[in-house]
Design a protein around this ligand. Structure first.
Ligand code: GDP
Ligand code: MG
Length: 176
């Protein structure tokens, strides 16, 4: 029996966009509405990912402290793949993922950079301030990375987002 592959996935983005809610939805399949932006959490998720099979995904749910560039550098150095999360009702959080992307580009070699752009809280349709089109456009500028709108609340695209990112890391680990 070969060892299960292990991949490190890191969620980055402004406080309050739903990184923890997405992480908990992935881990437990449920929406946990609690909100404490200062807590960083780390999970070892033993799972079966479509197109990948059985694997262990280490998920780092980062905290608000990544505003300090040095903290973010640590996160970036240790991750294999990154979810850049904003909330569709928060324009500032959309601008912030673009900044984080710039930092990723500065720190990672182009062939090492694996990113997915995630517009969370897509259930909040009436509060939307970032259009789907703007999300698509930003992803195109981020070297055509995958883009999905998700809702940790109702579950929309959460599994798809996770599977897409893990499948991309797996593909890279196998030498494309
Ligand atoms: P984090 O700081 O990025 O980890 O954000 P949290 O996961 O703590 O979520 C911040 C707040 O947004 C909490 O009140 C959550 O209940 C809420 N929230 C998270 N995801 C969603 C979502 O998809 N839809 C809605 N409506 N609220 C969400
Ligand atoms: Mg959090």
């Amino acid at each position: 029996m070969p060892l299960k592959p292990e991949y490190k996935v890191t969620l980055l983005g402004a406080g309050g966009v739903g990184k923890s809610a997405l992480t908990l939805r992935i881990i437990s399949g449920q929406f946990t509405p609690s909100y404490n932006p200062t807590i960083e959490d780390y999970y070892r998720h033993d799972t079966n990912v479509e197109g990948v099979g059985q694997c262990i995904v280490e998920i780092l749910d980062t905290a608000g402290t990544e505003q300090f560039a040095s903290m973010r550098q640590l996160y970036i150095n240790s991750g294999d793949a990154f979810a850049l999360v904003y909330a569709i009702d928060n324009l500032d959080s959309f601008l912030e993922v673009k900044e984080i992307y710039q930092q990723l580009v500065e720190m990672k070699k182009p062939e090492e950079l694996l990113v997915i752009l995630v517009g969370n809280k897509c259930d909040l349709k009436s509060k939307r301030t970032v259009s789907t089109q703007e999300g698509i456009q930003a992803a195109t500028q981020m070297k055509k990375c995958p883009f999905l709108e998700t809702s940790a609340k109702d579950g929309t695209n959460v599994e798809e987002f996770f599977n897409t990112l893990v499948a991309a890391v797996d593909k890279k680990a196998r030498g494309d």
